[in-house]
Design a protein around this ligand. Structure first.
Ligand SMILES: Nc1ncnc2c1ncn2[C@@H]1O[C@H](COP(=O)(O)OP(=O)(O)OP(=O)(O)O)[C@@H](O)[C@H]1O
Ligand SMILES: [Mg+2]
Length: 473
């Protein structure tokens, strides 16, 4: 065995430039061999640990991660082969190479069969062992790099259909890509039509849960009692009409992502239950006492001023802070005019393909009209407008006339009139709600009346008034 002094002088000259660093554990019952390997490999830029005992090696692998383990096959306390088998059982991907005396190459081959990457016969030449180690470590780095790149590709893919190159959108996509690999709760904020649903889906698609379900619920669409049973399910007999147990959407999202849209529209009672999902990962179906464990990642969205709602006592502050762990803000379309032409091209292409018409272009005048408009309905409004224009335009160019007049006339900067046609009337809300309940009860009027909290004759009157016909249901 060469002594330390000789080794130092040899390796000072041979270690060249930057090495692919890695952490190595050397296991050999001969202390001098451990020392030799430690000096040699440290010179090569590796981080080296050594031990003379197999059982200690096993202990260390349970608490530290090594890029490579080099073990001697002939050890009195535990043979290298046994050590290899034990380590591989707990960590099948652990890279190991074995050292063996020339006489016992058969055992080395058996070790390879058990999953060793390579073997070195003793006594070895220094260059030989360096090469074997370098090969093993770089192979592992390549595998790691490969899976990192694959992961990156998956992420890029899912965020690439979120169009936009403005600073706000680039930052948003970067942050969304980062949070997608964590299991944190995300709160997506932005005006209506800015793409909150789209980004929530992209986060799910880029996450570890991608192969699990993505379940959405719009909290603004349902009154409290219905929302509660939709979210958490109910037990048979929990209320009239609950003829059998029903799973809630939260349970259906088990193993995946649960997207709570318009979370600001929940009542404090529901908010308490949501807090339990976040904190304890449990739900209790309506009418049940037994909680159920659920493994869901929550993504919530809102276009409301939740801070204001917290101040006013409409939204629980504990839930707000729990949801707001990672806030993602999508800027309104009018705040990022640079993205408009990109989105326009994207939608023209999409709707030309969908309608099987030749690709169309946009006239400069038409682009100017789009640029001047302030897009209160954001990207959704733009998308609808382009879809319509693609259908209306006769030639291969979309011109000003293909847009609705309100666009051409421009949007007033401030709304002066009280008549905002977008605001639904109380009647239209009532009609939509009755229509919804009739659908839910599959046209059963008595059941619908009960859910609506009105008597049968009032329901009949309303059905007639709103002209909700049998075939509509
Ligand atoms: N950056 C974008 N790139 C491509 N399409 C987009 C983008 N942003 C939004 N869209 C499209 O615009 C439409 C509206 O988006 P989405 O439903 O995600 O908005 P939202 O913020 O959830 O709206 P709401 O608040 O009304 O629920 C969808 O068809 C979506 O695909
Ligand atoms: Mg939405």
């Amino acid at each position: 065995m060469p002594n330390k002094f000789v080794l130092d002088s040899i390796f000072l000259n041979t270690s060249k430039g930057v090495k692919m660093a890695g952490k190595i554990l050397v296991v050999d019952d001969e202390k001098s061999m451990c020392d030799f390997m430690e000096i040699m490999l440290s010179k090569e830029g590796y981080e080296v640990e050594t031990t003379v005992s197999g059982s200690e090696a096993i202990q260390r692998t349970s608490s530290s991660k090594y890029d490579l383990i080099i073990a001697d096959l002939m050890m009195p306390e535990m043979s290298g082969l046994d050590l290899l088998k034990k380590i591989k059982k707990g960590r099948p991907n652990q890279d190991m190479i074995v050292m063996t005396a020339f006489a016992s190459v058969d055992t080395a081959i058996e070790a390879m069969r058990e999953g060793a990457l390579d073997y070195i016969t003793k006594p070895f030449k220094v260059d030989e062992i360096k090469l074997v180690i370098e090969k093993s470590v770089s192979r592992q780095k390549l595998t790691e790099e490969n899976s990192r790149l694959k992961q990156q590709l998956k992420k890029d893919f899912s965020f690439s259909n979120f169009i936009g190159q403005s600073e706000g959108i680039i930052n948003l996509k970067k942050l969304a890509a980062k949070v997608s690999v964590t299991d944190s709760t995300v709160l997506i904020r932005g005006e209506s039509g800015t793409g909150k649903d789209l980004i929530a889906k992209a986060i799910h698609a880029a996450s570890e849960r991608a192969s699990g379900p993505f379940v959405t619920i719009n909290c603004a669409a349902l009154p409290e009692t219905l929302l509660e049973s939709e979210l958490f399910g109910y037990k048979k007999g929990a209320f009239t009409g609950a003829i059998k147990d029903k799973d809630g959407l939260c349970k259906m999202a088990h193993g995946g992502t649960f997207f709570l849209d318009e979370v600001g529209n929940t009542t404090p009672a529901i908010q308490v239950k949501l807090l339990r999902v976040l904190e304890d990962k449990i739900i209790t179906p309506v009418g049940d006492t037994k909680p159920i464990e659920v493994d869901v990642r929550l993504i919530a969205a809102t276009n409301a001023d939740l801070e204001e709602d917290v101040k006013a006592g409409r939204f629980r502050s504990d839930l707000f802070y729990r949801l707001n762990v990672i806030p993602l803000y999508i800027p309104a379309l009018r705040e990022r005019p640079d993205d408009l032409p990109l989105l326009v091209n994207h939608f023209i292409k999409k709707y030309c393909e969908r309608n099987k018409v030749d690709p169309k272009t946009l006239s400069p005048g038409a682009l100017e009209v789009l640029n001047k408009y302030n897009w209160p309905g954001n990207v959704r409004e733009l998308e609808n407008c382009i879809e319509r224009a693609v259908l209306f335009s006769r030639g291969d160019e979309i011109v000003v006339d293909d847009f609705p007049t309100k666009l051409v006339e421009g949007t007033p900067q401030t709304i002066v009139s009280n008549e905002t046609p977008e605001t639904p009337t109380l009647e239209s809300i009532e009609k939509a709600y009755i229509y919804y309940i009739m659908n839910q009860t599959k046209g059963k009027k008595a059941k619908a009346a009960k859910l609506l909290g009105i008597d049968n004759s009032t329901l009949y009157r309303k059905l007639e008034r709103y002209k909700i016909q049998e075939e509509e249901k």
